[in-house]
Design a protein. Structure first.
Length: 68
């Protein structure tokens, strides 16, 4: 294994540990909960509104009066 690869692995491990420790803090839990709630709200807004189809009015046929 090359030195560069070892460095990448060590960096990734330390990075993950830092992220885990941040995620365990009470402040982060509070904000992450809020972020999830905000994301859910945004998803609801993104739904496209279906266009209402206009109902075609049926034209009434006028009965022609027969001339006597």
């Amino acid at each position: 294994m090359h030195l560069e690869d070892k460095c990448r692995i060590l960096f990734a491990q330390s990075w993950n540990q830092q992220l885990d420790s941040i995620a365990e803090s009470p402040y982060c839990k509070f904000t992450s909960h809020n972020l999830l709630a905000l994301q859910k709200k945004k998803k609801k807004k993104k739904k496209k509104k279906k266009k209402k189809k206009k109902k075609k009015k049926k034209k009434k046929k006028k009965k022609k009066k027969k001339k006597k």
